[in-house]
Structure formats: structure tokens, C-alpha cells
Write a protein that binds this ligand. Structure first.
Ligand SMILES: CC(=O)N[C@H]1[C@@H](OP(=O)(O)OP(=O)(O)OC[C@H]2O[C@@H](n3ccc(=O)[nH]c3=O)[C@H](O)[C@@H]2O)O[C@H](CO)[C@@H](O)[C@@H]1O
Length: 365
């Protein structure tokens, strides 16, 4: 094995899909790769990662409950850094690439504790319009930073940034350039809540749709991500309202869901927003209210400012407010069409290749 590139990633789909997209490009370009993740998230046995060497390190989040939890968290992190340092040294890694989140902290921090001749180059990718907590910590070590938005809040003043966009899975990248067909008879609505789903959409959306005039309800086909224990209850509301529904706790064929959608209702996580722009789909965004730095609000605002989306903050996301907005949009489909065009205009295609280019540039002497 030549000097490998270490991919430091873990966590929810939103954090992991970009890592997988970049790793795929690097593998195609002939680089040897290694995955480092943490014990909380465990091994990855899907896609490309199934066949990669993997190191599952200690070092979950430091935000444990109470003083005892915090102390345990810090000790786990220190153990993770120690393990990562040993592994990086023995691998003689050429670069360590982080994709945000706690799993990226031990490998990238450890790389700073290697002698300069052995020290791998350090690159981090930020998928949101606000620098995440883990990346903000790692930014102190002056890595190269790949960004997904033209403006990223909380970037240190002297950060070396390159605007690459947010890497998406190949099937979603393939949607770039597809056209948006204004709903004429059928209206396809996609409702999703991020990689873990979001109960608020099961509480608000069915009620809002059931209150639409019958003429609109008959035209609707809803494809909705619904948590398993809510499926029967929510399906029944749609059936009673005469609305066709396809529901599942998780959709694997996201490209098909996006391709068919005339409008998407969802959260504003980094990957979701990138996928909306790549497919050129208009959306109503309800940012996750508990997100650490309101990064979802910032991601969503970028689309709203571009005319590509409408945003409703969760406290205002009521059935009445949603019914009113949907009635307006469905009765003036040109608004949807304009938002679709604006969304497409925000897309940054080939982001995985651009991140890979940046990593390769860091490898050059
Ligand atoms: C990249 C990133 O930092 N993402 C955010 C998010 O990640 P989170 O993973 O929740 O959300 P993202 O929008 O980033 O990603 C969701 C991913 O799940 C996929 N999907 C969703 C539904 C489904 O049925 N099938 C499916 O495959 C989407 O296509 C997308 O690729 O969590 C945090 C809070 O916990 C946010 O504040 C983060 O900003």
C-alpha cells in the first residue's frame, strides 16, 4: 500500500454521504484509502467502505451529561487521539480528511502530534453555511477547508478556504441538468426529515393537506418519510382525506423521489439542501430548531435569499400556516417553477471531484 489517505467520518447520513462521494472519486483515481470512525458510530459495511481498511476509535462526543459524563467524554477523546496517532504513524498516512462531527476530531488532532516528516496533510470539509463545532475546533490547526457555501459563518479570519460545494451521491449528481415539469394534473409532494426523520412533519403535514380543497387533494400524491411507529396513524389520515400516500421510515432511492417531486417539504441539513439544488426542486424548509449553531437556518436562508425555497421556523410551522402557503403555491405553479430554476442555479456540481482535487493539491510537495 502506498501512503494512504485517511477519511475521518461517521455519524448521520448527512455527514457520511459526502465522505463516501469523495472517497469514491479518490479510489477511482488510484489512491489507497483508510476509514477512521468512532465507537459510537461503528464500522461501515455499505458501499465502498465495505472493502476499505477501517479503524474504529474511542472518542465519542465530549458533551456527556453532568460532570461525570463530560470527564468520561474527554477521557474517551484522549484515548481516541492516542489510538489515532499510533495508527497514523504505522500507516504513514499522506493526508487526513475530515467531514465534520465528533468522529473527525481524534484522527485530525492526532495528526498534529506526529513529527513533521511523518505529519499527514490536513483537509476538512464543511457542509453547512456555519462552521460546525468539530470543524471550528480543528480549524485552529490551519487545515485546508473545503466549503459548500459562498459564505460560511464562524470561519477563522485566516482560514485557507476553497469553495467546492457539497459532495452528493452519484445518483443525485446525475439529476443535475434535469428539467422541472410544472404540475398540471398530478402534484407530487415529497416530505422528508433528514437521515433520522422528523416527527414534526407527521404531526403537521397530514393535517395541513387534509384541510386543502377537495379539488387539490384529489390531485395530490404524497411520498413521506415517517417514523415506523407513526406509519399506520399517518396513513389513515391521508386515506380518510382521499390523498394517495407512499410512506416509509427511510427511502433508499432518493434520486427517484427527487426526480418525481414537484415540491419538497423538509429540514435544511447540509446534504438535503445540496440535493434540492442538484435536482432543482423547490422546497418549504423547516430548519431543525435544536441544531447546534442554527446551521440549518443558515443553509435554508441561502436558498430563500436565492428565491429557491420558502422557510417556516418550527414554532410557526402549523397546519393552518402550511395549508395557506400550499394553497398559494399550488394555485400559482409559476412560483414553483421559478423556485425550481433558482434552486438549480444554486447547485454546485462535481463537488466530490473538487474536494478530491483539493486533497491532491495538498499532497504535492
Ligand atoms: C451535512 C450535515 O452536517 N448535516 C446536518 C444534519 O445531518 P442529517 O444527516 O440529519 O441531514 P442532511 O440533510 O445533511 O442529510 C440527510 C441525508 O439523508 C438522506 N435521506 C433522507 C431521508 C430518506 O428517507 N432517505 C435518505 O437517504 C438524504 O438524501 C440526505 O442525503 O444533522 C445535523 C443535526 O443533527 C445538522 O445540523 C447538520 O447540519
Amino acid at each position: 500500500m502506498s501512503r494512504p489517505i485517511v477519511i475521518a467520518a461517521g455519524g448521520t447520513g448527512g455527514h457520511f454521504f459526502p465522505a463516501e462521494a469523495v472517497a469514491t472519486v479518490l479510489a477511482e483515481r488510484g489512491h489507497d484509502l483508510v476509514l477512521m470512525t468512532d465507537a459510537r458510530h461503528g464500522r461501515r459495511d455499505t458501499g465502498l467502505f465495505r472493502d476499505l481498511p477501517q479503524y474504529v476509535l474511542d472518542g465519542a462526543g465530549v458533551a456527556g451529561k453532568g460532570l461525570g459524563g463530560k470527564v468520561r467524554g474527554v477521557l474517551a477523546l484522549l484515548r481516541g487521539i492516542g489510538e489515532a496517532r499510533r495508527v497514523l504513524k504505522s500507516l504513514d498516512a499522506a493526508a487526513v480528511v475530515g467531514f465534520g462531527g465528533y468522529p473527525s476530531i481524534p484522527p485530525l488532532t492526532a495528526s498534529r502530534f506526529l513529527p513533521s516528516a511523518k505529519r499527514p496533510r490536513m483537509v476538512i470539509h464543511e457542509g453547512n453555511a456555519v462552521l460546525g463545532q468539530a470543524n471550528a475546533f480543528l480549524a485552529r490547526f490551519s487545515p485546508l477547508i473545503a466549503t459548500s457555501y459562498a459564505t460560511v459563518a464562524r470561519l477563522p479570519q485566516h482560514a485557507q478556504t476553497t469553495l467546492t460545494g457539497m459532495p452528493v451521491r452519484a445518483g443525485i449528481e446525475a439529476l443535475f441538468g434535469n428539467t422541472y415539469a410544472v404540475p398540471e394534473e398530478r402534484i407530487n409532494l415529497l416530505v422528508w426529515g433528514g437521515s433520522l426523520g422528523a416527527r414534526v412533519f407527521s404531526e403537521v403535514v397530514p393535517q395541513a393537506l387534509a384541510a386543502l380543497p377537495e379539488e387539490l387533494r384529489k390531485r395530490l400524491k404524497v411520498t413521506q418519510q415517517i417514523k415506523a411507529d407513526d406509519l399506520d396513524r399517518v396513513r389513515a389520515i391521508y386515506t380518510d382525506a382521499g390523498i394517495e400516500v407512499e410512506a416509509a421510515p427511510f427511502f433508499t432511492d432518493v434520486p427517484a423521489c427527487l426526480r418525481d417531486a414537484h415540491l419538497v417539504i423538509g429540514r435544511a441539513g447540509g446534504s438535503s439542501v445540496a440535493e434540492l439544488t442538484m435536482s432543482g426542486r423547490p422546497s418549504i424548509l423547516v430548519p431543525l430548531p435544536i441544531a447546534a449553531s442554527d446551521e440549518q437556518g443558515a443553509n435554508g436562508q441561502a436558498l430563500v435569499d436565492a428565491g429557491a425555497a420558502w422557510m417556516i421556523r418550527q414554532p410557526d410551522f402549523t397546519p393552518t400556516a402550511l395549508t395557506a402557503l400550499l394553497t398559494d403555491l399550488f394555485s400559482q405553479p409559476e412560483k414553483l417553477e421559478n423556485a425550481a430554476k433558482a434552486a438549480h442555479f444554486c447547485a454546485r456540481p462535481h463537488a466530490a471531484a473538487k474536494v478530491a482535487d483539493l486533497i491532491e493539491s495538498a499532497l504535492r510537495p
